[in-house]
Design a protein around this ligand. Structure first.
Ligand SMILES: [Ca+2]
Ligand SMILES: [Ca+2]
Ligand SMILES: [Ca+2]
Length: 304
């Protein structure tokens, strides 16, 4: 234990005050080195910049992620990061308490994040719910990360104390509309999925190997529920894994572009660019017909 404490102090990660409810790894400054974001339930969120030498610098306040827009430390529970708007930079979601809204921290690319939730449907969809597990996942395989949030309150008397708050709200499935906006689509995801429950944890995986992502939700003092995604693979997505032989650490920070020709029934139907700043990266691609062949044409490094 003492060794662990010493190592965390040496790395700049020792934080005995914060609660540490959720953590995600992201490269928020795009230098190829993984950084850390921790949600801390009533304490400020912490954003640790990787100094590339085994140490980290905590940057949440200058990055605009420590507090809400009105300067309050919220009840950060779950946290995840993804490039939801294809800007090339990871943005962040953090689930919070009821009456606090979820955070949607958009990565502005200059070390700053702006919480877009109050100006988006995500704020309205999450205002009255207490969220726990949350993550980006592309449930409809259109190539744009959507959002899932497991909701459920802590206080069994909450509905008597606050008339608008539910102890057992439905989980939130939020569709990415591709223009920086989102839409809550829980009601259209099936009656069982939209059933109220006190949810806590969640995970996704393609459990039936049909290409689309399925969902596991755990509930407080209740059963775990496994939802098979039916119809999420209608977009005929092909997942491409980009592998680049990296010889130097700086090469990890570069962008890679792979052009591919996709043929359907022998005819060319798409020339697909795959762009990533990660050397080993998977991405879903989308088209409308059955695929007869995929040919990589050209791959190059490019300037960010
Ligand atoms: Ca970094
Ligand atoms: Ca999607
Ligand atoms: Ca599946």
């Amino acid at each position: 234990m003492a060794n662990s404490k010493t190592r965390r102090k040496k790395a700049g990660l020792y934080d005995p005050i914060s609660k540490g409810l959720g953590i995600t790894v992201l490269d928020y400054n795009g230098d190829g080195w993984p950084d850390l974001l921790i949600a801390n339930d009533t304490q400020p969120n912490k954003l640790y910049l990787n100094n590339r030498n085994g140490t980290f610098t905590e940057n949440a306040i200058p990055a605009g992620m420590a507090f809400s827009e009105d300067g309050v430390a919220r009840a950060g529970m779950g946290v995840d990061a993804a490039d939801y708007d294809r800007s090339g930079k990871p943005s962040v979601i953090i689930s919070n308490f009821s009456n606090q809204m979820m955070s949607l921290y958009h990565n502005e690319g200059n070390g700053l994040f702006v919480d877009e939730a109050p100006r988006s449907s995500i704020g309205r969809a999450s205002l009255l719910t207490l969220g726990f597990a949350c993550f980006f996942f592309d449930y409809d395989l259109d190539g744009w990360p959507d959002i899932f949030v497991a909701n459920g309150h802590l206080d069994s008397d909450i509905e008597r104390i606050q008339k608008r708050i539910q102890l057992s709200p439905a989980a939130a499935l939020i569709h990415n509309l591709r223009n920086g906006k989102f839409e809550q689509v829980t009601a259209s995801a099936g009656a069982t999925f939209a059933t109220p429950r006190v949810a806590r944890g969640a995970a996704y995986a393609d459990i039936d190997n049909d290409g689309d992502l399925d969902l596991l939700i755990t509930t407080n003092a209740g059963p775990a529920l496994l939802f098979r995604n039916d119809g999420g693979n209608r977009n005929h997505a092909l997942r491409v894994k980009l592998r680049v032989q990296v010889r130097t650490a700086t090469a990890l920070a570069r962008w890679y572009e792979l052009n591919m020709t996709v043929k359907s029934s022998g005819r060319c139907c798409a020339a697909v660019p795959v762009i990533s700043h990660k050397a080993n990266w998977c991405s879903p691609l989308v088209w409308t017909k059955n695929i007869s062949s995929v040919r990589p044409d050209h791959m190059a490094e490019r300037e960010n």
